[in-house]
Design a protein around this ligand. Sequence first.
Ligand code: SF4
Ligand code: FES
Length: 253
Amino acid sequence: MSSEKTFKLDGKTISYQDGDTVMDAALRAGEYIPHLCHNPEFTPHGSCRVCVVEVNGRHISACTLPAAENIKVDNSSDAITELRRSLLQMLFVEGNHVCPGCEKSGACQLQAVAYYTGMLSPHFTHFFPRRSVDASHPDIAIDFNRCILCELCVRASRDVDNKNIFSISGRGLSSHLVINSATGKLGDSELSARDKAVSVCPVGAILPKHVGYDQPIGKRLYDTKPISVVGDVASAANPTKTINGHDKDRYEP
Ligand code: SF4
Ligand code: FES
């Protein structure tokens, strides 16, 4: 008798192993659950809620939900898609995301997930927060207007680069990303363009300099195939060779 453990995702049978989340098992099976703060290389964070699914009438984040025998997970009903669209619309109005003028356009997970869920307008009133841009580092710029507080750079810098350059400060609406350097400036930190923290940002907040528009609009990561096929920014761009899709060898080690 088979000891395989399974659950249902939109009626499809998904196998899982002990310790898997619904997200882990779904992605391994080739089933896409939209996500932003989740990246399979890091421990789940559960903050953006874009991966919301319905199980037994409850809305739960798939990236933190342990897979369990025979649960029925709704990942794609109209109601779930509508809920995700609202969450994405809130992310868009909370920051200043001006896609046509952003160097990450076409290679941005927030934009790609918005297209995937059929978001056509921001719907809510824009907050238009006043946030800064830090271009003090010779090789990297950070535009806080586009930060969605996913903490992927925090996790990557701490867990992979062993540098702890980024932190979140404040609570609730006043939460914001800070740079751990004497002046609070990126240029006074030990961040290198080759750091994992630079290639993992899912939006256009952390950007490498000197390579702007090297990749023409129309030929970028999500320009020809949807994010459900391409996957995350870091995994799709092969972080051992590229920074946001650009050649890492342009930067000194
Ligand atoms: Fe996430 Fe990018 Fe903001 Fe870091 S800078 S928290 S990776 S959106
Ligand atoms: Fe699950 Fe962000 S991807 S909460």
